[in-house]
Design a protein around this ligand. Structure first.
Ligand SMILES: [Zn+2]
Length: 98
């Protein structure tokens, strides 16, 4: 069956149409992908900052009071560096590393 020139023409047109749609589509997908990656990085940065602040807050309030006896935690320097110990020491031996 010989190739019909009309069929050839149509298939050529289809190919060029597909290319003219495909290339912009790939470019758009690439641009959207880049924007998404950028936004994700930005959101992660803000989220990390927020989490760090929250975590730091929790750590501060945790080191303010002794969970064992409710006494104040005071900064002490020991053999192994600085740590927080209960102000009721030696009655309460609670310590927390910071
Ligand atoms: Zn204590």
């Amino acid at each position: 069956m010989p190739a019909d020139p009309q069929v050839l023409e149509i298939s050529k047109k289809l190919t060029s149409t597909a290319t003219s749609i495909l290339i912009p589509a790939i470019v758009i997908i690439g641009v959207i992908g880049c924007i998404l990656i950028y936004l994700r990085a930005k959101v992660k940065k803000v989220f990390d900052k927020f989490m760090r602040r929250k975590f730091a807050k929790g750590k501060t309030s945790q080191s303010d009071q002794c969970p064992k006896c409710g006494g104040n935690l005071v900064k002490r320097t020991g053999k192994f560096g600085e740590f927080f110990g209960c102000s009721n020491y030696p009655r309460c031996k609670y310590t927390v590393n910071k």
